[in-house]
Design a protein around this ligand. Structure first.
Ligand code: NCD
Length: 323
């Protein structure tokens, strides 16, 4: 890797080389998930703090499992039951966690910029697990790994992102990552969620408000969860969203025949996506979940393990042993 990472705060400031390096390092960890013995000693003796100030199921379980499979211990902060409810500030909470001497901290927070704020104040690596509407870098990295695997490469595809782009940290991290690889992005959804200004986020981004047009020729269709609290009458009724933007089997046929469908989860079936598409042969949804573990193992290994970029890969021995 040309430039060593000390934190993972977003994809906007990652170089193409750094992204490719993380994806390459995730590959053996991906194979490792199929091994009967899923525990390495690589991070034995290390502790990862999992500080989720916002509710989460898959991302929290994924980071906790990734740390465990590397042999690390975790200390978890549960937002619902912690002293956050008593009015403690973000910095006091993380300083308290830091005083227990973790070797890295994974943070999810409702405020954009919270992980960066913490990274500026702590000595240990900070990994952003989603901050407000800003970024969700591990999601974009696992999406990139899924695209690279299923379609043979990451470069130069036409990718359509459907939904509430304005409030989506998943969309933002994906846009910053994918456009570094020459991907052309079409953003589509209701005008209030997909304003024209989003075209200025990165090169090769265009906005469309017509779903049929946006899907024409797409190699990958990424569907975002519709946050049900943001969908209400009279501005937008669920039926109107379904009629206008739901990814149905008929609409998917407008994309390329081998188009890959991705969704970060949790899926609201029957709202943003039809079940036949979510469960169909073009869906990569469950691969995304498995790839999330591999990406998070690669990141924890490099940020916390501190190995040299050209060190032998820790999963290789285990994989070779079963050959
Ligand atoms: C996403 C998130 O929280 O940003 N979920 C996830 O991490 N898989 C997307 C979402 O909640 O819609």
């Amino acid at each position: 890797m040309s430039q060593r990472l000390s934190h993972l705060l977003g994809t906007e400031n990652l170089s193409r080389e750094q992204i490719a390096f993380i994806l390459d390092q995730a590959k053996p960890f991906q194979e490792f998930q199929r091994h009967p013995l899923k525990k390495l000693a690589t991070l034995r003796g290390k502790t990862v703090a999992i500080a989720f100030f916002e509710s989460s199921t898959r991302t929290r379980i994924s980071f906790t499992t990734a740390a465990a499979r590397l042999g690390a211990d975790t200390m978890a902060l549960q937002a619902e039951t912690s002293s956050l409810k008593k009015g403690e500030s973000l910095i006091d909470t993380v300083r308290t966690l830091e005083a227990m001497r973790p070797d890295g901290i994974v943070i999810r927070h409702a405020s954009s910029g919270a992980p960066e704020f913490v990274a500026q104040r702590l000595e240990i690596p900070v990994l952003n697990a989603g901050d407000g509407t800003h970024e969700h870098p591990t999601q974009a990295l696992l999406d990139a790994l899924t695209i690279r695997d299923r379609k043979g490469k990451l470069e130069d595809w036409n990718i359509t992102i459907l939904g509430d782009i304005l409030h989506s940290r998943v969309a933002r991290s994906n846009i910053h990552l994918l456009t570094k690889f020459g991907v052309k992005i079409t953003l589509c959804g209701p005008a209030m969620w997909v304003p024209r200004e989003l075209e200025r986020l990165a090169p090769n981004v265009r906005v469309s408000h017509r779903v049929e047009e946006s899907l024409d020729g797409a190699d990958v269709v990424m569907v975002l969860r519709v946050q049900t609290e943001r969908i209400h009458e009279p501005s937008l009724a669920p039926d109107e969203y379904i009629a206008g933007y739901q990814l149905s089997p008929a609409r998917l046929r407008l994309a390329r025949p081998d188009a890959l469908v991705l969704h970060p989860g949790p899926i609201v079936r029957g709202l943003e996506i039809d079940s036949a598409v979510a469960d169909g042969p073009q869906s990569g949804v469950l691969e995304q979940v498995t790839n999330g573990l591999a990406i998070r193992m690669a990141l924890l290994y490099h940020l916390i393990g501190g190995a040299a970029a050209d060190a032998p890969h820790p999963a290789k021995d285990r994989l070779n042993a079963s050959d």
